[in-house]
Design a protein around this ligand. Structure first.
Ligand SMILES: Cc1cc2nc3c(=O)[nH]c(=O)nc-3n(C[C@H](O)[C@H](O)[C@H](O)COP(=O)(O)O)c2cc1C
Length: 349
């Protein structure tokens, strides 16, 4: 038993509410039903589609509903006459609300709408409970019967989510129990868990950063990046030619003073292992259309590694301030520290 005694009225209502099957004969007014429905429609619903409509059977309409249910029991799939006790029971119920939703053909939208309507029904049950009323949410076979649906005006493409029988409880409901949620709870409290392992970093170290280089023409800079990749054992010599080729086809200028030269697909065999070299030109090199590059990230890419680096670099240096901050470093230590700071500040979780 997991009843939590609390001073919070919503928590109280949630725990105290019980499904009510037996009702006093006292009438439930249409005004009250309307009031409860107007509270219920504050249910969460995606894109505010408000995927619901209602049919209320009150006063004489209650008899109509019972007759239609009875006819369906006899003539519908069940093919059995409804027992007199059941008819009498249904006739005594003070009010009925049929809750209907549109059936969107997109499965995700259907699910969202069904979820929204379900929360609406629970709102109704709780709001009713607060006013001393009881509800039972029924989903008997009749709600799927084409004849019954048609007879109450449910359109093709609509679903009856439930028939709510409403009235004042005749007897105090039996207490219910619930398994404590903690029995079914998985707790993940470690922020450096699975997700962190999947994060991508541009691997930088003192070995692959070349700081304070003289400004040189763009082609020479790409050549130098290629040579450094060869020196560090990332690629074979012929990869460099493909870096030049790639640059001719499409510039690798990223923006904000950063470029990311890399080889083309055909040079994949020349890649020994994925990695980067970072060339730092404090005075910039002329790259294209008057743009200067201060940080050149030369990439040796197996498979789609270059895309990981490109995406990461684009995120890190999307703000000019970040690119300037790293480019203005004056020592390797400072460069690494600033690079890592920018990486942390722009990390997308
Ligand atoms: C979607 C849905 C359909 C239900 N349909 C019926 C039903 O057809 N007949 C019935 O006796 N109770 C029905 N119930 C009520 C459940 O039996 C009831 O919620 C459950 O026994 C727990 O009791 P409580 O509501 O008092 O906590 C339905 C409940 C839900 C959520």
């Amino acid at each position: 038993m997991t009843t939590i005694i609390t001073q919070f009225p919503v928590a109280h209502a949630i725990q105290e509410r019980r499904t009510i099957k037996n009702f006093k004969p006292d009438a439930v007014s249409l005004d009250l039903i309307n009031e409860l429905l107007n509270i219920s429609v504050w249910a969460p619903n995606h894109k505010l589609r408000e995927p619901w409509r209602f049919i209320a059977f009150v006063e004489g309409g209650r008899k109509t509903l019972v007759q239609l249910m009875k006819r369906d029991a006899e003539k519908g799939k069940m093919g059995k006459p409804m027992k007199k006790a059941k008819i009498d029971y249904l006739l005594e119920i003070p009010a009925h609300v049929v809750v209907i939703m549109p059936e969107d053909p997109r499965p995700n939208v259907w699910e969202e709408d069904f979820a929204a309507v379900s929360t609406l029904i629970q709102n109704f049950q709780l709001a009713a409970w607060e006013r001393g009323l009881g509800v039972i949410w029924k989903t008997d076979a009749v709600i799927y019967s084409p004849e019954f649906r048609q007879s109450i005006g449910v359109q093709p493409g609509e679903k009856v989510v439930g028939i709510l029988h409403v009235g004042y409880p005749e007897t105090a409901p039996k207490p219910q129990t619930r398994t404590p949620a903690t029995d079914r709870l998985t707790i993940i409290s470690d922020a450096s868990g699975m997700i962190e392992e999947e994060l991508f970093y541009i691997p930088i170290s003192k070995q692959n950063i070349f700081l304070n280089l003289q400004s040189i023409p763009k082609t020479e800079a790409i050549q130098l990046a290629g040579e450094k990749l060869v020196e560090l054992g990332y690629v074979a010599e012929n990869y460099i030619a493909s870096m030049h080729e790639k640059e001719k086809v499409k510039s690798t200028y990223l923006g904000n003073g950063v470029s990311t030269p890399h080889g083309s697909k055909i040079a994949k065999e020349a890649v020994v292992k994925s990695g980067v070299v970072i060339l730092h030109f404090p005075n910039g090199i002329d790259y294209e259309n008057g743009e200067k590059v201060y940080i050149m990230i030369g990439i040796a890419a197996e498979r789609s590694y270059h895309l990981d680096v490109l995406m990461k670099a684009a995120t890190m240096f999307e703000m000019k301030g970040n690119a300037d901050k790293v480019a203005n470093a004056t020592s390797i230590e400072e460069f690494i520290q600033r690079f890592e700071e920018v990486e942390r500040d722009t990390r997308v979780w």
